[in-house]
Design a protein around this ligand. Structure first.
Ligand SMILES: [Zn+2]
Ligand SMILES: [Zn+2]
Length: 381
């Protein structure tokens, strides 16, 4: 069996699935229709199914080793602006990250693997997870047993920053760890004409915003990577009243946990310290969202060798400060998160992930399928 030829053979089917999912997007933990379609196909092909809410764990084959392949199924609250026949039929919802493509690619791999299961010396587990977009669906799947008995795990993300058809492989940190913070600066309100009778939280919040810029520039080792962004600032309603309080929100990103810990510590210290210097109080909450996605070097190398062996175009993919809940699987089981380039300037497929005009170059989706099948085949030799 040649995974590339097999995937080419069902190329149109993969595209048809993707278009169907694209037309009927479902938000996190609401993937009822999508998971029903996936489950029906997998049952028909002989998979043993375990349901975890709207998620699916599907096993086929027997043997000592188990490889897991994962796709995410959720869409985003975005109004699609593409004028295509398969445009989202659901107002305000769109597959703007490409999870429709991930689901279709893995479904294609599931079909090919089932048809040739006697050529796999072990067990293949397909994990179709809900709620990647800020829902930590990966954790729900892990609690549901997705990693039990698994020796290695791989996942794909379609990737706008890579030319169409190129498989991006990277060892070590690929996506960042992410967290968020909220700070409420509580001063003392009053008349805008009598600031001396107030503790004005607005200049205090402003000072905090500026001081937070020094966390990355002055506290983090210049050889490391980090982001601190204040993304919301709210306070006051009118021109002549000094408000009682101002609230700030933001996010921080990192590759190494020690850097993440430093960011958290400094954000809290700065918000509290600047506030108290001016006689205000700060209520600060700093929380983790997703750990960094760190590919196992051996598994990344294995993926490179597989791509090489089957003549699949591949290259290095630069790291990004975006985050991905695939990180949770990689914390527990060796594996790698791979990228499939979908950028095609000629077709106008250039808009970034989460953009209302995001689209994928469908003509290369079968290459993702081929790689998934090839990874399983080579891992279960
Ligand atoms: Zn996304
Ligand atoms: Zn995504």
């Amino acid at each position: 069996m040649d995974p590339v030829k097999e995937a080419e053979r069902i190329k149109d089917q993969i595209i048809a699935w993707r278009r169907d999912f694209h037309m009927w997007p479902e938000l996190k933990y609401e993937e009822e229709r999508t998971s029903k379609i996936v489950e029906e196909h997998l049952r028909e092909w002989g998979y043993r199914i375990k349901r975890v809410g709207t998620g699916i764990i599907a096993d086929i084959g027997e043997g000592e080793k188990t490889i897991a392949l994962r796709a995410d199924m959720d869409a985003l609250p975005v109004q699609e602006e593409n004028d295509v026949p398969y445009k989202s039929r659901v107002p305000g919802k769109m597959h703007a990250c490409g999870h429709d493509a991930h689901t279709a690619m893995l479904l294609g791999a599931g079909k090919i693997i089932a048809e040739h299961i006697d050529e796999f010396n072990g067990r293949v587990r397909l994990v179709f997870q809900p709620a990647e977009e800020g829902g930590n669906g990966a954790l729900k799947m892990i609690e549901g047993g997705a990693l039990e008995g698994v020796n290695a795990i791989f996942g794909f993300h379609v990737w706008m920053d890579l030319p169409s058809g190129v498989i991006g492989i990277r060892e070590g940190p690929f996506l960042a760890g992410a967290g968020f913070f909220e700070a409420k600066i509580i001063g003392k309100g009053g008349h805008g004409a009598s600031p001396h009778e107030t503790v004005d939280p607005i200049p205090i919040a402003s000072e905090i915003v500026l001081a937070l810029q020094t966390v990355v520039s002055r506290n983090v080792d210049p050889k490391e990577t980090a982001v601190v962004s204040v993304t919301a600032i709210n306070g006051g309603t009118t021109f002549n009243v000094i408000p009682e309080e101002v609230s700030l929100k933001g996010t921080f990103r990192f590759y190494k946990n020690e850097v993440g810990d430093l960011l958290k510590k400094r954000i809290k210290e700065i918000a509290e310290g600047v506030s108290s210097a001016h006689g205000a109080k700060a209520e600060v909450s700093v929380q983790d969202l997703t750990p960094p996605t760190i590919n196992d070097p051996d598994m990344a190398q294995f993926a490179r060798e597989v791509a090489e062996k089957y003549g699949l175009r591949h290259g290095e993919v630069p790291p990004t400060m975006g985050a991905e809940d695939f990180a949770y699987y990689l914390q527990r089981v060796p594996g790698a998160f791979l990228a499939l380039g979908i950028r095609n300037e000629e077709k106008g497929i250039v808009y970034p992930h989460h953009h209302p005009k995001f689209d994928v170059d469908e003509d290369v989706l079968h290459l993702g399928t081929a790689m998934e099948v090839a990874l399983a085949r080579e891992f279960l030799r």
